[in-house]
Unconditional design. Structure first.
Lengths: 117, 111
C-alpha cells in the first residue's frame, strides 16, 4: 500500500526555538495533506488541511502563525512549530490523500513526537 | 459537537482470548464509523468501516456493528494473536468532512 513517512520521528528542542517536521508521500502524489496533533490520553485532533500550492485551512483554535504549514510539492508538506513552548509538546501525525480519492483513502505517517524543554 | 469515546487502555490479553474494545459516539445524525489500527512504528491504517445503521464492518478477523440504538461501534475479535498488538482508534465522519477520532486504545497480546 501507499507509504507516508515523517521526519524526524522524535525531536527535543529548547523553548523558544522553531522545529520543522516533514511529511512525504513516497509512492504517490498527495494533492491533500492533513496535520493532526495528539496530547497524552486525548483524541487525535485535526489541526489543518493543506492542498498543494495553496494556503492551508486551519481548524478553529489552531494558531496559523504558530503552526506554519507548507505544501510546496505533491510529495512533501512541512509543519513548522515556531517559538515552541512546553505546551506544544505533543505527538504530530500527518496524512496524505491522492487526487480523486475519497476521504477514506488517507494514508497516515507514523508520527513525530515533539518534546519542548 | 461530535465526539467519540473509547474504552481506556491499555488492554492486555493472552493469545487466543476474545477481544472487545468499546466505542460510543455522540453526533447529530448518522455518521460513517471507522476503526483504524496503528502498529508499532507505522502510520494509522483503516481496519474496517460501516456507513449506515446495522452495517457490519469486518477485516482480518475483526468485526464491528453500527448500532444506532446504542450509538456504538464496538470492535471484536474472537481469537487474538500477538501480531494484533497495536493501538486502535475509533472514528466518525459525516460525508467528506474531517474525521473525529477517539483517544485510541493500546492493545498488547502476550503469548
Amino acid at each position: 500500500g501507499a507509504v507516508v513517512s515523517q521526519h524526524p520521528s522524535w525531536v527535543i528542542c529548547k523553548s523558544g526555538t522553531s522545529v520543522k517536521i516533514e511529511c512525504r508521500s513516497l509512492d504517490f502524489q498527495a494533492t491533500t495533506m492533513f496535520w493532526y496533533r495528539q496530547f497524552p490520553k486525548q483524541s487525535l485532533m485535526l489541526m489543518a488541511t493543506s492542498n498543494e500550492g495553496s494556503k492551508a485551512t486551519y481548524e478553529q483554535g489552531v494558531e496559523k502563525d504558530k503552526f506554519l504549514i507548507n505544501h510546496a510539492s505533491l510529495t512533501l508538506s512541512t509543519l513548522t512549530v515556531t517559538s515552541a513552548h512546553p505546551e506544544d509538546s505533543s505527538f504530530y501525525i500527518c496524512s496524505a490523500r491522492a487526487a480523486g480519492k475519497s476521504t477514506d483513502t488517507q494514508y497516515f505517517g507514523p508520527g513525530t513526537r515533539l518534546t519542548v524543554l | 459537537g461530535d465526539s467519540v469515546t473509547q474504552m481506556e487502555g491499555p488492554v492486555t490479553l493472552s493469545e487466543e482470548a476474545f477481544l472487545t474494545i468499546n466505542c460510543t459516539y455522540t453526533a447529530t445524525g448518522y455518521p460513517s464509523l471507522f476503526w483504524y489500527v496503528q502498529y508499532p512504528g507505522e502510520g494509522l491504517q483503516l481496519l474496517l468501516k460501516a456507513t449506515k445503521a446495522d452495517d457490519k464492518g469486518s477485516n482480518k478477523g475483526f468485526e464491528a456493528t453500527y448500532r444506532k440504538e446504542t450509538t456504538s461501534f464496538h470492535l471484536e475479535k474472537g481469537s487474538v494473536q500477538v501480531s494484533d498488538s497495536a493501538v486502535y482508534f475509533c472514528a466518525l465522519r459525516f460525508g467528506n468532512e474531517k474525521l473525529t477520532f477517539g483517544t485510541g486504545t493500546r492493545l498488547t497480546i502476550i503469548p
